[in-house]
Design a protein around this ligand. Structure first.
Ligand code: ATP
Ligand code: MG
Length: 429
């Protein structure tokens, strides 16, 4: 195929054989968020570039080298969203729905775009489910976010394969004091740092903590710890969070190097990590960002949120073989009709059954065909039962009801009794 007719590198089609698992995952999360009282918000995929520069921070991997930025026909600089928080904050401000201290508990789902090196679990178009809460400043809501994800891992059957890492970045004042101490420490060891970290030391020193370079990591071993610089308020907040996680029985590890890639975090930061996906180990990450709304032109508004990577979680379900059986079957009943008259009667009958059993997954054969070929299609569809309408059945106003997965003999069922019969033998999702 010529190059122009291929998908862009790092941007994937999600094929029909994969979508059931995606929908199961998305449906499970959506139901959970509904049950905890979160409401969905939908933002555009494209925003002014300035929005991301201002919120994510100029000196971050995303803004420095990962954004898909282009000029539109008006000459405006636009960017495909690399994450959802910026647009969500923009939206709540634009519509005034966080004004006067109104609490908003919001979630969103959709594609994000980052020009990274594609590899397993890392793509250029990927999908996130994200969540943001505004105007609640206590550790109780930070805890709720984590408790919800913990429940999700339980429902998905992957709880044993993920680990919660926690840190507190403190308020901007305490972070400022810590930054000074860290810069002093690292500057004295400047020559031992990798090139990226030397640069970050000047532009965004906390990001040095995030380094993957082994030599720099060795230098960091004895570096000052944020925990020793926390102000009383941040310390109490962090203790409050830990107490709540303890109360629910959620294990965590404190990771003083956890700073997160974006500039806007304060106090709580957390990541759910796994060792089942190789290098791309973070499946869900988030934290508190009390200064962001103000930084974007709003009134001071506490905020906290997280985002999870759908590709990575779907990969985990596959790797750990936590794929519920029922999602692989997409057809309950397959109707075969032989001859024109039977086809017309079959169509009408199928609609009657759908009226009575709206959740039944009923597939009507299309493309006619011999008895043998229709039967083959019925079997291949994965259906539990075939319904058969031929000349004999037409004459008696019945259908042949044939179990396809070895649950008994074929029998005849009157048209009028068919819906009731199906209701007893097909468990409807
Ligand atoms: P990483 O350290 O893996 O690059 P990140 O800190 O850049 O992640 P966030 O911006 O916090 O990631 O995004 C939240 C989640 O979205 C990540 O934990 C991950 O699960 C997912 N994610 C981020 N970037 C990608 C990507 N390029 N491809 C697939 N999933 C991604
Ligand atoms: Mg990244």
């Amino acid at each position: 195929m010529s190059k122009s007719l291929q998908a862009i590198r790092g941007m994937n089609d999600i094929l029909p054989e994969q979508t059931p698992l995606w929908r199961y995952f998305e449906g499970t999360v959506a139901r959970l968020l509904d049950n905890y009282g979160y409401k969905q918000i939908r933002m555009p995929i494209v925003e002014f570039t300035e929005l991301f520069k201002r919120s994510i921070g100029e000196v971050t991997d995303i803004v420095e080298k990962e954004m898909y930025t282009f000029e539109d026909r008006n000459g405006d600089s636009l960017t495909l969203r690399p994450e959802g928080t910026a647009a969500c904050v923009r939206a709540v401000l634009e519509h005034g729905i966080t004004g006067g201290g109104q609490v908003q508990k919001l979630w969103y789902i959709g594609p994000m775009f980052r020009h990274e090196r594609p590899q397993k679990g890392r793509y250029r178009q990927f999908h996130q489910i994200g969540l943001e809460v505004f105007n609640l400043d206590g550790p109780d809501i930070d805890a709720e976010l984590i408790i919800m994800t913990w429940r999700l891992w339980g429902e998905l059957g992957i709880r044993d394969a993920v680990k919660l890492e926690l840190n507190s970045l403190g308020t901007s004042e305490s972070r400022g004091r810590y930054r000074e101490a860290l810069v002093e420490y690292l500057s004295a060891r400047h020559d031992k740092l990798d090139e990226d970290s030397q640069r970050r030391l000047k532009t965004n020193p906390l990001r040095v903590l995030d380094t993957k370079n082994a030599d720099t990591q060795a230098v960091l071993f004895d570096a000052p710890k944020m925990a020793d610089y926390l102000d009383d308020e941040s310390r109490a907040h962090f203790e409050g969070l830990k107490a709540r996680l303890d109360a629910v029985g959620i294990p965590y590890v404190l990771n003083p190097k956890l700073v997160r890639g974006l500039d806007y975090y304060s106090k709580t930061v957390f990541e759910w990590v796994t060792d089942k996906l190789g290098a791309q180990g973070t499946v869900c990450a988030g934290g508190r960002y009390d200064g962001l709304v103000e930084q974007m032109g709003g009134k001071p508004t506490p905020g906290v949120g997280f985002a999870m990577g759908i590709e990575r979680l779907v990969l985990m379900l596959e790797t750990l073989e936590q794929i519920p059986q029922e999602i692989s079957r997409q057809v309950d009943v397959y109707l075969c009709a032989f001859g024109e008259e039977a086809e017309l009667a079959g169509l009408a009958l199928a609609e009657r059954i759908r009226d009575e059993l709206p959740n039944l997954r009923l597939q009507v054969n299309a493309g006619a065909g011999s008895f043998k070929s229709q039967f083959k299609k019925a079997d291949k569809s994965g259906a539990l039962y075939a319904l058969i309408l031929g000349d004999d059945e037409m004459a008696q106003q019945v259908v042949g009801f044939k179990p396809l997965r070895g649950q008994g003999e074929q029998q005849s069922i009157a048209w009028d009794a068919l819906a009731a019969h199906l209701a007893t033998c097909v468990v409807q999702g």
